[in-house]
Design a binder for this molecule. Structure first.
Ligand code: PGA
Length: 308
């Protein structure tokens, strides 16, 4: 029988500790998250490095970085835990239990969409614990590259990666201004916006990416702009008269300050859609498969739903 070094020297617990440190790039933060003492975490990572025969981390300034070997071990540990999580859920299902974790990472605009579905899903599957991460497109791409979650939602799936993307529903981007703005209530051309300050999301945001791409396609100039790294803050700043903004229309459905209005600009809204994205080749957990199915059922109830 083949002798495997890791079955003699490495424990699952060490791999779990490694993942916690790698995700947070900090022994202290990992120790806190795992409710362990800091020296325990350092010792276990050191033992693992010894078993592997090479350092797993390097310290650059105050930051911990994974070495190339470390990256490789982390990738292997994630695949291993994916398989084990799947096994755990299947065993639980055999025993008539529906348990497990469902990890979803979505771009910020999708926070107006996914929690609703998650609510109805969790009501039907009380044994499943959801973990929802919300971040801008750049950060969600990073999570996808590191295989940190089961499912992802993007408006602009990163097709350069090996992914599968299914359209969900429309996510049009509209221009907003304070109520009573000089341009409100009439049909506008882009040139009418000259002199207005545009409040833009940060680099890495899918909303910003869509706006820049749209303007480039139309050969329309990017007006004088200011960066604000949050759609909610853009809404507040627009209401306060700092400028006009382009945001997901869904961001206006709830909690919109009463003092903002949508401008009627020719060519807008910018067509945009959400997609449910998975890494091709990833073995989805029963919880993730059940959630995908739930999303399909919810979408089927929306009359004439479809991606733009
Ligand atoms: P983001 O999300 O602007 O927060 O990246 C938006 C999107 O891509 O819809």
């Amino acid at each position: 029988m083949k002798r495997r070094w890791h079955t003699r020297q490495t424990t699952f617990r060490q791999l779990e500790i490694l993942l916690a440190v790698a995700e947070r790039r900090s022994v202290t933060a990992a120790a806190e998250a795992l409710h362990l003492a800091q020296p325990t975490v350092s010792t276990q990572v050191a033992k693992l490095a010894e078993a592997v025969g090479a350092p797993l981390f390097e310290q650059v300034g105050r930051q911990m970085h994974l070495t190339e070997v470390g990256e490789d071990v982390v990738r292997a540990a994630r695949s291993l835990f994916d398989v084990l999580d799947g096994l755990e859920m299947r065993l639980a299902q055999r025993a008539g239990l529906e348990v497990g974790r469902l990890r979803i990472a979505v771009v910020t605009t999708a926070k107006y969409l996914i929690p609703r579905w998650l609510g109805s899903f969790c009501a039907q599957h009380p044994g499943i614990t959801p973990e929802l991460q919300i971040a801008n497109r750049g950060e969600v791409i990073r999570r996808l590259q590191h295989n940190l979650d089961d499912l992802y939602v993007f408006s602009h799936p990163p097709y350069e990666l090996d992914i599968h993307a299914e359209p969900l529903t429309d996510n049009p981007l509209v221009m907003i201004a304070p109520t009573g703005h000089r341009l409100a209530g009439r049909r506008l051309n882009w040139s009418d916006l000259a002199g207005e300050r545009l409040l833009m999301r940060e680099t890495g945001s899918g909303t910003r990416y869509a706006v820049e791409r749209f303007l480039a396609q139309q050969a329309w100039p990017l007006p004088d702009h200011v960066t604000i790294a949050s759609t909610e803050a853009i809404k507040e700043a627009v209401a306060a008269g700092l400028g006009v903004g382009i945001v997901s229309r869904h961001a206006l459905t709830h909690m919109a300050p009463g003092n903002i209005t949508e401008l009627d600009v020719a060519g807008l809204p910018i067509p945009n859609s959400w997609y449910l994205v998975t890494l091709r080749g990833k073995q989805l957990s029963p919880a993730a498969l059940a959630f995908k199915q739930h999303v399909g059922e919810q979408l089927a109830k929306v009359p004439g739903h479809g991606a733009a």
